[in-house]
Structure formats: structure tokens, C-alpha cells
Write a protein that binds this ligand. Structure first.
Ligand code: THU
Length: 161
């Protein structure tokens, strides 16, 4: 028997002022785009803005539905938009923020399980890590070097080969 371990490192910043200008601008845009979410049921508005390898920015917000399971998270809305607009262009960095109308928004959130699975496959398909910048409307910021690190031992297409 062997015991194996998987760990990952990520960066912690006290606030947006400690980020480089490009990352700060992306996070600021993600904070702002939460205003375009359609979240009348949860009142939890999530905003994503991504910087692609070609320099373009693509955004996404969560889109809910009266038939609750039909709703989609901001991360997967953004991935769908990117793959339609720029099918073969890797995503360099994705900033994720939220506006919690029911409470505060001072701590980072990280993507849900389904979004982690989708992010991991996008990375694999385009052979490029997706760096994540996570923060609320204010407060601390986490930077994860590659989204797939949030889903260790994940199931992927290669398992079906
Ligand atoms: N949501 C996202 O858009 N992204 C996340 O990472 C977590 C959750 C959305 C789904 C739903 O519309 C609302 O937030 C509450 O779960």
C-alpha cells in the first residue's frame, strides 16, 4: 500500500490593488458584469470575464429559469460564448466575481463541481491552462494557476479511450 497525495498552490492577495493592471482590470470587469446576471430566484449574481490568447475578452453571467435545473452558471455561459466566437483560441485567464443581494460579497467564490468539469475539459481540448482570478465585489483575491487543479483525479475523455 502506498499513500499518495495531491496538492496545489494558489496565490492570495488582500485586495485588488495588489494585482497587476491587466488582472485588476479583468477582475473589475467581472465585478461589473454581475449586474447583467439573470438571477431572480437565488438573487446570487455571478459574473465572469475572460481574457483569451488573441487578446479578446468574453464574458458570461448566470442565467436562471423558473424550471430551476434549466439555469446555467456564469462560467459555463462564458465558455459557451467563447467556443462559439473563437472556437480554437485558448482562454488565458478567467475572472469570477459575484454580487450577493442577500448578503455580503467580500470573500472569493470558486466554481461549482459541474463548472470545474467543464473548465477542465476546455483546458484539455485546447491544451492550455485556464488561470482563475476569484474575488467578491471587494476584499481578498485568490489566483488559481489552472482550473483543473480544482478537480483532482477527474474523469476525462482519455478515460474512455
Ligand atoms: N452560480 C454560478 O453561476 N457560478 C458558480 O460558480 C456558483 C453558482 C450560480 C448558479 C445559480 O444561478 C446561482 O449562482 C446560485 O447557485
Amino acid at each position: 500500500m502506498q499513500k499518495l497525495q495531491q496538492t496545489f498552490e494558489y496565490e492570495y492577495y488582500d485586495d485588488i490593488s495588489q494585482l497587476n493592471p491587466a488582472d485588476a482590470a479583468l477582475l473589475q470587469a467581472a465585478r461589473a458584469v454581475t449586474g447583467q446576471a439573470y438571477a431572480p430566484y437565488s438573487n446570487f449574481r455571478v459574473g465572469v470575464v475572460m481574457r483569451l490568447a488573441n487578446g479578446e475578452q468574453v464574458s458570461g453571467t448566470n442565467q436562471e429559469n423558473a424550471s430551476f435545473p434549466a439555469g446555467i452558471c456564469a462560467e459555463r455561459t462564458a465558455l459557451s460564448a467563447a467556443t462559439v466566437l473563437y472556437p480554437d483560441v485558448p482562454i488565458e485567464t478567467m475572472a469570477i466575481s459575484y454580487n450577493n443581494l442577500l448578503g455580503n460579497s467580500g470573500d472569493p467564490i470558486s466554481p461549482c463541481g459541474i463548472c470545474r468539469q467543464s473548465l477542465a475539459e476546455y483546458e484539455q481540448r485546447l491544451h492550455h491552462p485556464i488561470r482563475l482570478i476569484l474575488s467578491g465585489q471587494s476584499g481578498s483575491v485568490w489566483i488559481i494557476p489552472a482550473a483543473g487543479q480544482l478537480l483532482p483525479l477527474s474523469f476525462s475523455a482519455s478515460d474512455m479511450a
